[in-house]
Write a protein that binds this ligand. Structure first.
Ligand code: UFG
Length: 333
């Protein structure tokens, strides 16, 4: 996106902008001359990740407080990333996921409608909406059959957003992320969940703090080495996909759906081997039972985003870079 193309879009509300992905999106927006206005409740976000624009501290579960906080704020687009994201936790506590991911989204949409802000809207969705399709590469037309409450909550949020888009005629892009990993190549921000449950950060943390127990969940999946296969996308490339989506919505109102993935999967054991190479260390792990809610294989057919959205990922095929950036971030934090 060139500066001249940003004329009509200046302020972007980044809901969940203090989180792992939201902060990278905020930085990417700022580097393009746009102003990210972060909305966050700091449930899982970090105050020191809000570096590129103003902050509105509010919880999207509290509709009236949200309406009051957004009244009078000038923004030309919304990127909504505020959500609980842990598959395993969603199986233990589904209510928490529906309340926040569906209820919070409904509140945000109804506040936008009340304020008459039918602006372009980009939503952080997930590959988890597909469940476990019986195909090698999952395209956007695959049926939505989530197998865990997290995926179900995101599917329901998608459907609320589509209905809102049709009702108020707002342009919408639903971005279905595959497995987001890595960190800001300049190492200003990175992944910092508490507790951390994701594969790459857990593995790296176990190298830095040998007391961190690193387990491989399930070696009996129907995959070549028995461990789960995922499509790992660099968080900086993902942030760029949001910019591409905002630009696309200027001329293509939608609603649209795009997978964000590299169309290439790696097993848990392949990730371990790649990390051993990048870090120059052996990764000790213990074998554990399958984790509830985990599908065996999730790999994107990411061709639509490349073809139509004009997304130009920099790190496709660079698993070593994804791990190296995550490693640099974890070592410095
Ligand atoms: N895994 C381990 N050990 C760990 C952590 C993970 O073996 O300590 C395994 C998991 O069982 C899974 C794979 O590594 O097979 C990836 O697990 P993650 O927890 O890193 O990621 P998920 O696939 O569970 O979920 C992530 C995001 C979701 C998103 C999904 C899309 O958390 O928000 O990717 O594919 F929906």
């Amino acid at each position: 996106m060139k500066e001249s193309q940003n004329n009509q879009m200046r302020n972007v509300l980044v809901v969940g902008g203090a989180g792992y992905i939201g902060s990278h999106v905020s930085k990417a927006l700022a580097l393009k001359g746009l102003k990210p206005i972060v909305v966050d409740n700091f449930y899982s976000g970090h105050r020191d990740f809000v570096k590129w624009g103003p902050l509105i501290e509010v919880d999207i579960k509290e509709r009236e407080k949200l309406a009051a906080a957004l009244r009078g704020v000038e923004f030309d687009a919304v990127i909504h990333l505020a959500a609980h994201i842990e598959v395993g936790e969603s199986v233990q506590n589904p209510e928490k996921y529906f309340l926040n991911n569906v209820g919070g989204t409904e509140n945000l949409l109804s506040v936008l409608e009340e304020l008459g802000r039918n602006v372009p809207f980009v939503f952080s969705s997930t590959a988890a909406v597909y469940g476990q399709p019986e195909v090698d590469l999952i395209s956007e037309s695959a049926p939505l059959k989530p197998i865990n409450p997290y995926g179900e909550s995101k599917m329901q949020a998608e459907s609320r957003i589509r209905a809102w888009s049709e009702r108020v005629r707002a342009p919408v892009c639903l971005l279905r992320y595959f497995n987001v990993a890595g960190a800001d190549p300049e190492c200003e921000i990175g992944e910092a969940h508490d507790p951390e449950t994701h594969l790459i950060p857990r593995l790296l943390m176990s190298l830095l703090k040998p007391s961190t127990d690193f387990k491989v969940f399930g070696e009996d999946y129907p995959t070549p080495d028995g461990t789960c296969i995922r499509d790992y996308v660099h968080v900086w490339d993902l942030a760029q996909a949001h910019l591409a989506a905002l630009h696309y919505l200027k001329t293509h109102p939608g609603p649209h759906v795009f997978n964000v993935g590299y169309s290439k999967g790696f097993s848990v054991k392949e990730i371990i081997q790649a990390a051993e190479k990048v870090c120059g260390l052996r990764v000790p792990y213990t074998k554990a039972e399958r984790r509830a809610g985990d599908p065996a294989i999730l790999v994107a057919d990411g061709s639509r985003a490349l073809r139509e959205l004009g997304w130009h990922p920099e790190f496709a095929g660079r698993l070593d870079q994804i791990i190296a950036h995550a490693w640099a971030w974890h070592k410095s934090n």
